[in-house]
Design a protein around this ligand. Sequence first.
Ligand code: 5GP
Ligand code: ZN
Length: 114
Amino acid sequence: MSNCLFCRIVAGEIPAKLAYQDESVIAFYDINPQAPLHVLIIPRKHIATINDLQPADAELVGKLYLAAQKIAGDAGYADEGYRVVMNCGEDAGQSVFHIHLHLLAGRHLSWPPG
Ligand code: 5GP
Ligand code: ZN
């Protein structure tokens, strides 16, 4: 997916400040942070939206959450709390069509979201 922004970050063609990486997942700091900690956690594999997930991707999605747990814990937010959210489609505000978890922490996050 050469025209996908996040695939280009995975490929190293666009720089990003990495927070975590392993064989199947990378995480990097959001360019426009909405909280003191705002990290995007993505699969190296291109998957456009939640609607495109297949049963075989179940373990990969679990790895995204385990990465979020590790990044939040390493940053000291395990007890205070944090939010992990994945937008799907335009009404939810998805603007990059390569699935990504937003990890947000470091301030009170209101609910429901806008
Ligand atoms: P979405 O709106 O799709 O849920 O989230 C996309 C996120 O990607 C936004 O929070 C936006 O700030 C972030 N983003 C867009 N372009 C870049 C980029 O080039 N680098 C980084 N690090 N984040 C980006
Ligand atoms: Zn992609």
